[in-house]
Write a protein that binds this ligand. Sequence first.
Ligand code: PMP
Length: 392
Amino acid sequence: MELSRRIRTLNEGGSDGWELFYRARALKAAGQPVTELTVGEHDVPTHPEILAAMQSAAAAGHTGYAMVPGVDALRDAVAERVAARTGVPTGRENVLITPGGQAGLFAAHMALCDPGDRALYLDPYYATYPGTIRAAGAEAVRVETRAEDGFQPQAEAVAEKAAGARSILVNTPNNPTGAVYRRETLEGLARVAEAHDLWVVSDEVYDTQVWEGAHVSPCALPGMAARTLVVGSMSKSHAMTGSRLGWIVGPEEAVARLIDLATVTTYGVPGYIQDAGIFALSRPDLEEAVAAPFRRRRALARDILARQQAVGLVPAEGAMYVMLDIRRTGLSGIAFADGLLDAHRIAVMPGESFGRAAAGHVRVAMTVPDDAFTEALETICAFAAARAAEAV
Ligand code: PMP
């Protein structure tokens, strides 16, 4: 029996390089010691106090259907947080609670795009982006950002693809590049969005992980709140990846329609998870504690990389990854990552798995303890230096 074209083509033109990830997992399962610097999963579990809040909410009976848009206290807490960070007046009516950021990204594109509409995304990109857009029935249109620009998107490149498009998906702080988009960058994007009447889907799941510069949400720019859907999540900020708790913030009319969509898809988020979220958002110290190791390791990475020439460090302004430029080795990201796994049992993601624009790079997740991270980076640099020496 034939399945829908939509689902059969979900991963069409999908990215290369994920074989490395599966190979590393298989080696590990076979008992080999592998330093895994691949996926964005913290090396600490959810904080015990957040778990205690979850447990007491469940024990108190918050185990039935929760309100589809989210419980009022959590919608209020998210509204307050977004208003404080952006200056945009935000109320409960502007917030939909979702089962994680990924569900928010999908719902946003469902809300904005009709079948066949063009929806833009920026390359390098988080691996699910093109599939998410296609799942919503739209055509995923790639706009390249360049290493030479520190992976800051250029307004002209976006404008070239913008005619007739419905939306553009932006992500700052960025996974995989670690770039934090500057205000001027976002102002350029805003001008294109206004000129071509585009919606902006702003993926801000790393907004608590900024090491240099400041996080600016596109919705904070003049006039932009009316055409922006902000996607947020507690996965990265609070080490709550498995709890599946996120949100969409946007204009009231869009949120009302998104609630209709949630009613026929997710039917909301478990009440005890939402209660844990309310508790977590009331404690800024908890998110600072989650960000601190990445801040520290990013500083370690800068020091180690400053002492050598074989590997270049792409900005590393935010998020839990450092992107390394390994083009001096003459190897592709895939060949480099393969060789590194074979020789040293260190697994990093080939840049190519995040799009063509990240070719010749590898992404290193800062998700192992400081000592192991330092040792791995030093080994990566030595491996690169040896390959670069062979290349000349
Ligand atoms: N956006 C980006 C850029 C991500 O890296 C991730 C997770 N790795 C997500 C969205 C989805 O996160 P979640 O669904 O856990 O909130």
